[in-house]
Design a protein around this ligand. Structure first.
Ligand SMILES: [Zn+2]
Length: 451
């Protein structure tokens, strides 16, 4: 693959992220102090409007007067909103009439109530998302780029379609595809369309890279945007090596309005969509806000959302603010790459912590591994860790590199994960996927994996 975008972007690599002037303009500000004033004003307005228009917030914020919020630190005086609130309360969170809702996104994630989460957006809310996508993508793509979109939602109002609209405004050529179902077919599209940029979910883009290598295709892209809550470093390294491209993380959830923050060329963390969202990092247990450098749960409040504002929404994602300014020179707040979610940490019998992110880094670094499923259990012999691998190129017993896979995987885990004691008591159990051409959409995603 060749691209004009790469050469065009390199000389400006360490200029402040293009998100900064956009955020300031959206905030009607010329400096960071002005941005903070906008956030305070918008937070007060959001609280006042939510109390007035949403039956849920009328109850939840009954004791709060918008005037109580004298500065941005006072956001900590407001109660949290949880995923269970959204599941349980549904339409009671709405601040507009149902007729003003342009799009409802239903999220079938696990929860204590079994109800799906439904997030409502107005046309104005969607416009803000398109605006963010246009300026967020300008970090890594330019007018000459052809951008293959491997995200769901190709229909009007879906994430793929909103991203395509943002890219068109940027002058780039969007190539909407949808999630990778057939890896070979997606690889053929990538080549036939001469895509220079790919946007996708980490394990699906990894599958494309691995298949390209196994088919002997030398591909070269300008850049890749990986969009999810957690991007394993091992996947980034593989993409950089095998596609000779720059890899950027995007952090965003449906609740955030699909976009939250994106890395700049310095790759020091995520620059946040601060005109529209106020982020906090809080202690997951006490709920107390944490200073930069300390890891806690990411919490955000919407500042400009019309249909369904969320105030102090607990994401369940764990991260920290990066102290000091970004090496790119921007003074926008910088959020560390999200490493894991609450609940993705298992405490072993000996008290050691095992993070899903540790397994990600160990296992995605092993050539051929496309995805995995891990289970931690205990029996009379002690604790055990069972790892099922889905691999490119065949199962463990079918020759090639496969035969050595359990050994290589165990070695990778031993290097990266503090589980030596567990290895001594009980060897790892492996089941290697024997269907290398399985549809990637059926690969277990990070949130559904068990540790
Ligand atoms: Zn930066």
């Amino acid at each position: 693959m060749t691209s004009g975008g790469r050469a065009a972007l390199e000389p400006t690599a360490l200029e402040p992220t293009p998100l900064e002037p956009w955020v300031l303009r959206r905030a009607g500000a010329t400096d960071m102090e002005g941005l903070r004033r906008h956030q305070l004003r918008a937070l007060r307005e959001t609280v006042a409007r939510a109390r007035r228009r949403s039956r849920f917030y009328a109850d939840r914020l009954a004791a709060v007067e918008p005037g109580d919020i004298a500065n941005l630190d006072d956001v900590a005086r407001l109660p949290f909103t949880t995923a269970d609130d959204v599941r349980r309360e549904g339409m009671r969170l709405l601040c507009v009439s149902p007729g003003a809702v342009a799009r409802v996104v239903t999220l079938l994630t696990s929860g204590t109530t079994g109800e799906p989460k439904r997030i409502h957006f107005s046309a104005a809310d969607q416009e803000l998302t398109v605006d963010f996508f246009e300026h967020g993508m300008s970090v890594l793509a330019g007018p000459r780029d052809r951008v293959l979109i491997l995200l769901p939602g190709e229909r009007p109002g879906g994430v793929g379609e909103l991203l395509a609209r943002g890219l068109e405004r940027l002058g780039a050529t969007p190539l909407p595809h949808g999630p990778v179902g057939d890896v070979d077919a997606a690889l053929d599209v990538l080549e036939a369309e001469r895509a220079s940029v790919v946007v996708g979910i980490p394990v699906q883009v990894l599958a494309l890279v691995r298949r390209g290598v196994s088919r002997g295709r030398a591909l070269r892209l300008a850049s890749v945007l990986l969009s999810t809550d957690h991007v394993p470093r091992a996947i980034v390294s593989t993409l950089e090596r095998d596609w000779d491209c720059r890899v950027f993380n995007h952090y965003g959830t449906t609740e955030m309005g699909l976009g939250g923050g994106v890395e700049c060329a310095a790759h020091a963390g995520l620059h946040l969509r601060e005109a529209d969202l106020l982020f906090e990092v809080v202690d997951p247990l006490s709920g107390v806000p944490l200073p930069p450098g300390q890891e806690g749960e990411v919490v955000f409040s919407t500042l400009t959302r019309e249909a369904m504002p969320l105030i102090r929404y607990r994401t369940g994602d764990l991260s920290s603010f990066v102290p000091g300014p970004c090496p790119c020179g921007s003074r926008l707040r910088l959020l560390s790459t999200v490493r894991s979610r609450r609940g993705d940490v298992a405490v072993l019998v000996g008290g050691e912590r095992l993070r899903l992110a540790d397994l990600d880094e160990a296992l995605f670094g092993v050539d051929d591994v496309l995805d995995f499923r891990a289970r931690l259990g205990a029996d009379g012999e002690g604790e055990w860790l069972a790892v099922e691998l889905l691999c490119e190129g065949g199962s463990a017993g079918q020759g090639g590199g496969g035969a050595a896979l359990p050994r290589r995987t165990a070695a990778a885990l031993a290097r990266r994960v503090a589980l030596a004691q567990q290895f001594d008591r009980q060897p790892l159990a492996f089941a290697v996927g024997s269907q290398p051409r399985a549809k990637v959409e059926h690969i277990v995603s990070g949130k559904e994996r068990l540790v």
